[in-house]
Design a protein. Structure first.
Lengths: 323, 174
């Protein structure tokens, strides 16, 4: 552990934005995970707060609904003593036609240090990061990326197994509409896992062959080999047309049922990014069962977001003086 | 790089700390030894091993990471800060805390450690043990138990090496 500290001293975290995991190196991803570990025990302390980001302002700009991610970022920022501004599309001037950049610049004029953004359009956080000086953290953009979710996923797996090296991980369901799947693929494969995407062909995105993953259209054929299974939520709100004939049929072929679990490895790790459609992609018995780490994912998400807020702020401090 | 303490002298300095602690703290006291990461943690472990036979009360141990409490978080740094976990799995309220660090220099780390600790509870007493007090304190902080006290020029830095993480027990000036 000590040796690790000396080694990491040579490494310099230099990103003041976290937009996605596609351009992060393995070392950078592991550095975030190591940092997050320092925040894990925060919830058991007498005073669950540190003065680390005192005087900093974090704005949560959520253009899409969210409970977990938004609350997690709010709590993470609060525990580091930052002030948090909650911004929502409905209650803001965006509903009067103000553009994203104008809104952000106005917030920045109030002295915002970090903008946490969720947006329906892929690329919105990247665009924002080019237009303002504050740090930008992507909390999910369109079908592009959801980096903190993937980081908490790999953190949770690493916590359970020590490492992702050589693990066989299945990501099941609606890959097309899933930014979680994309970020997961980058994080998991960079950390040495072998990823298989599983779902009906209608929910596999075009160009999936360019990703370093295997594809399966039959969960029953691959479930026996998996060390980890990540059940994605069917995103009805994003679907046009009918990607599968009926919910019952989807559930029959791709749902994680107690029956199907009997064929999986006894210690398979069951994950879900939430919110769960109980009885659709996963049966309640499995979601609440002994293999499930779904609630641990939520708890670890807090540590990851504290780590990310700490790191982007540190990078901004460093950059501010260099400029 | 010159040697301030060789292996033999490092161990003499540790014995000196132990001697001071034994003469100051009654043997029946419950005590919690908390080392500041990273070299303070190792010194704390050494003190714990040596003091086990002396104290008849409970002897607890913990490790403190002070990164989140540093007073230079808004300053640019030469090296990347690494946040590590704090391991204190007991309630420190009303305990006698022996805070342990390798080197006392500016006193800023100790200030951060005290702030970090008081977020875990309200100790009855807090004492500070260091291997080397090198002078040039910037904050009004002194150690209660000191292995060796010396003046090292402001421009130079003192490095403590322990066999647990380095090649040998040694203190160098660079």
């Amino acid at each position: 552990m000590m040796g690790g500290k000396r080694k990491s001293k040579k490494f310099q975290w230099s990103r003041k934005h976290l937009i996605g995991l596609s351009d992060l190196s393995r070392q950078e991803i592991e550095f975030i995970l190591d940092t997050a570990q320092g925040f894990e025990k925060f919830s058991t302390r007498s005073i669950k707060k540190a003065p680390t980001l005192r005087g900093k302002v974090v704005v949560n700009m959520f253009f899409e609904d969210s409970t977990r991610t938004r609350n997690s970022f709010t709590l993470a920022a609060s525990r580091l003593s930052a002030d948090v501004i909650e911004f929502s599309k409905k209650a803001s001037a965006v509903s009067k036609g103000e553009t994203l950049i104008d809104t952000a610049r106005n917030l920045e004029a109030m002295g915002v240090d970090v903008v946490v953004i969720r947006h329906g359009a892929g690329g919105a956080p990247k665009l924002l990061s080019r237009s303002i000086n504050a740090c930008v953290v992507n909390a999910g953009d369109g079908f592009h990326e959801h980096p903190t979710q993937a980081l908490l996923d790999v953190y949770t797996i690493r916590r359970e197994r020590g490492s992702l090296e050589g693990l066989k991980i299945g990501i099941v369901g609606d890959i097309t509409h899933s930014r979680v799947a994309r970020s997961d693929i980058y994080a998991m494969t960079k950390l040495g896992a072998e990823v298989t995407l599983i779902g009906p062909p209608t929910l596999m995105p075009g160009g999936v062959g360019n990703l370093p993953v295997k594809i399966s259209y039959n969960l029953d054929e691959v479930i026996e080999d998996l060390d980890v299974i990540n059940m994605l939520r069917i995103q009805f709100e994003r679907m046009g047309g009918n990607p599968f004939p009926s919910v019952r049929e989807y559930s029959h072929y791709f749902g994680l049922t107690a029956d199907r679990m009997k064929r999986a490895k006894p210690d398979i790790i069951v994950m879900h990014p939430g919110p769960i459609n109980r009885g659709l992609e996963i049966e309640s018995e499995v979601a609440d069962g002994p293999n499930s780490v779904i609630l641990k994912q939520v708890a670890n998400g807090l540590a990851i977001r504290m780590g990310v807020l700490f790191l982007v702020n540190q990078a901004a401090t460093q950059k501010g003086k260099e400029e | 790089m010159e040697t301030l303490l060789n292996t033999k002298q490092v161990n003499e300095a540790i014995r000196e700390i132990v001697k001071q602690i034994k003469s100051d703290i009654p043997a029946h006291t419950d005590i919690a030894i908390i080392g500041i990461r990273s070299r303070g943690e190792i010194l704390a472990q050494r003190l714990n091993t040596t003091l086990k036979g002396h104290f008849s009360g409970r002897l607890l141990s913990g490790t403190l990471d002070i990164t989140l409490y540093r007073d230079d978080l808004n300053e640019p740094k030469e090296t990347q800060l690494a946040v590590r976990s704090t391991e204190i799995d007991f309630d420190i309220t009303d305990k006698l805390i022996l805070l342990v660090d390798d080197v006392l220099h500016t006193g800023r780390s100790v200030r951060a450690a005290m702030d970090a600790l008081t977020d875990f509870g309200r100790p009855r007493l807090m004492r500070l043990a260091v291997l080397v007090d090198r002078g040039h304190h910037e904050y009004p902080i002194c150690a209660d138990y000191v292995g060796i006290k010396t003046e090292v020029d402001q421009s130079r830095s003192v490095h403590v090496h322990f066999t647990e993480t380095d090649k040998e027990d040694r203190v160098t000036i660079e």
